[in-house]
Design a protein around this ligand. Structure first.
Ligand SMILES: *[C@@H]1O[C@H](CO)[C@@H](O)[C@H](O)[C@H]1NC(C)=O
Ligand SMILES: *[C@@H]1O[C@H](CO)[C@@H](O)[C@H](O)[C@H]1NC(C)=O
Ligand SMILES: *[C@@H]1O[C@H](CO)[C@@H](O)[C@H](O)[C@H]1NC(C)=O
Length: 501
């Protein structure tokens, strides 16, 4: 038997070896309650995939056995242990903003474990379908440099660990993979469950990882490290920043200078603060794609055809398992659980005092229903722009068709805007609320429950609507909110990331 791990031949040995090893351990469980539940168990027993599936369910019990695995990647050719490099790497799910949080947590976990972090592997998300790597999105040298004194980070694994790949972990049960990290795991959890793996193998891979480090009761230095990663170390690659700057410059130079110079800037109307509007712009983040529309299970006013289309999509994608489906549209709206439609966010902005001279940048991936759906918004805000209207095809060539890079451009532009508002609570909203609070920038947080109720009322005058909106948003304009114990440090960076005044 080969000692060094190489090629698919020994890999299939590994799987076969595990398969046999598992039998005594799994039989009692399979013929227990599960066997009664499924009469077709015999057929399933012949299926290796099924075995592997159950094996994964019991993988915590298998950590010990799998060391007998014949691949023996942690032994060198002469059978001695490889020096303990204690590298660890993580595989991150989700869209751009979820991955960002995962990266910050990965650095904190490297600190907890005193291990070298391998630049995280970003998984392709089924919704966003972007295979961009860390280095294609973030400035990796800047990242390593900013964190130089905190954590050791390497771009790639040294050659003796080159077997430790996404494919390796995707095709079998591996002793070096930790897949049982609970959501919001404590620092001790990592010391108890990952450190032993690092000590035995010199390497550990944690997947899935996002959201697997607690926000509660962590030492202040670890929290500050997370802040440093999120707000200082993670910078986008130069071409994303350059495109972002181009968009910002064009937004700041008004299409009609004379007109803009005369306009009044009504900020949240109540105080009727008149200000010169020139050079100012608002970013509206509108995530209103089919996926999100279907998932929220709300009625978006598109009539029977839209209802049927969304119901069908829900059925195909989640076999109807959408938690919100148990509520009526009215209940969901009252609870503030429906993302605002382009029309609704337009009415909100108008009620807040933004007018047809407001320079609006639409940060959006795809709008479900297309241009027809945003035409009302465009009527209210004729100076609305987006990436396409502001930059040429050539200028956008490097990001076109790549959801994470497009989201990165929108994120960058959003950070430069005078005001940011998001039509739906979600990862992008939370990330920007946090980052802008950290930079002391203004963000309007729609009061979803209030708006849900107002939009349900069909007998309301505009003036009543406007008064209710203004009242309901007085305290939602970027005032610093201190983080509560369980809340995310990335959404609420105060006080952990910020100096005490
Ligand atoms: C971390 O690792 C370094 C180098 O391997 C070692 O010198 C140091 O003592 C370790 N610190 C802790 C807290 O384990
Ligand atoms: C903006 O609205 C005002 C008043 O409603 C109107 O007079 C003006 O023509 C509008 N401007 C544009 C560019 O639509
Ligand atoms: C709708 O709004 C009007 C005016 O504010 C109010 O009198 C009425 O009670 C509201 N109706 C409902 C069902 O909330």
């Amino acid at each position: 038997m080969k000692l060094n791990f190489s090629g698919s031949h020994s890999q299939s040995h590994t799987i076969a070896g595990l398969f046999l090893l598992l039998l005594p351990l799994l039989l009692p469980n399979l013929f227990g309650p599960l066997g009664r539940a499924s009469p077709s168990m015999n057929g399933m027993l012949q299926n290796l995939d099924t075995w592997l599936y159950y094996a994964e369910l019991y993988s915590d019990k298998l950590q010990f056995n799998s060391r007998v695995d014949s691949g023996l990647p942690w032994l060198t050719k002469d059978g001695s242990r490889v020096p303990r490099l204690q590298k660890y790497h993580v595989f991150l799910d989700g869209g751009l903003n979820q991955q960002k949080m995962g990266i910050c947590d990965a650095v904190a976990v490297a600190k907890i474990l005193n291990a070298t972090l391998v630049i995280p592997h970003l998984e392709v998300n089924p919704v966003w379908q972007d295979s961009s790597s860390f280095t294609e999105i973030f400035d990796v040298d800047h990242f390593i440099d900013v964190l130089r004194d905190e954590v050791s980070i390497v771009k790639d694994l040294p050659s003796e660990y080159s077997w430790s790949t996404r494919e390796y972990y995707g095709t079998g049960i591996r002793g070096t993979r930790i897949k049982t990290a609970p959501v919001h795991a404590t620092a001790n959890w990592y010391l108890e469950n990952v450190l032993p793996v690092l000590e035995s193998y010199g390497i550990a891979a944690i997947a899935p990882f996002s959201h697997r480090l607690t926000f509660e009761n962590l030492p202040a230095n670890l929290q500050r490290l997370r802040c440093k990663v999120n707000f200082q170390a993670l910078a986008f690659v130069p071409h994303i920043r350059a495109l972002g700057d181009t968009l910002v410059n064009r937004l700041r130079s008004s299409p009609n200078k004379n007109q803009a110079a005369q306009t009044k800037y009504l900020l949240l109307g109540r105080d009727q603060i008149g200000k010169q509007n020139a050079g100012k712009f608002v970013v509206l983040h509108l995530r209103f794609d089919k996926d999100m529309a279907a998932h929220s299970a709300c009625d978006f006013g598109g009539g029977k055809a839209e209802k049927l289309a969304l119901a069908k999509y829900r059925q195909v994608l989640w076999q109807g398992r959408v938690l919100n489906s148990q509520f009526t549209d009215e209940e969901l709206r009252n609870q503030g659980r429906c993302p605002l439609t382009p029309e609704e966010i337009g009415l909100l902005l108008a009620a807040l005092g933004f007018d047809n001279n407001t320079r609006l940048y639409l940060a959006s991936h795809k709008v479900y229903g297309g241009e027809a759906r945003i035409s009302t918004l465009r009527k209210l805000f004729p100076l609305m722009e987006d990436k396409k209207s502001l930059a040429s095809v050539e200028e956008r060539a490097k990001v076109e068709g790549k959801a994470s890079l497009l989201a990165a451009v929108d994120y960058y532009v959003s950070m430069q805007s005078n005001i940011f508002i998001s039509a739906s609570p979600g990862n992008m909203h939370n990330a920007l609320v946090g980052h802008r609070a950290y930079m002391n920038l203004k963000t309007i947080r729609p009061n979803m429950a209030l708006l849900g109720q107002l939009f349900l009322n069909k007998s309301m005058e505009w003036s009543e609507f406007q008064r209710a909106v203004l009242d309901g948003h007085k305290n939602r304009q970027g005032q610093i909110r201190l983080r509560k114990e369980k809340q995310s440090i990335y959404t609420y960076p105060a006080p952990d990331c910020m100096c005490q005044a």
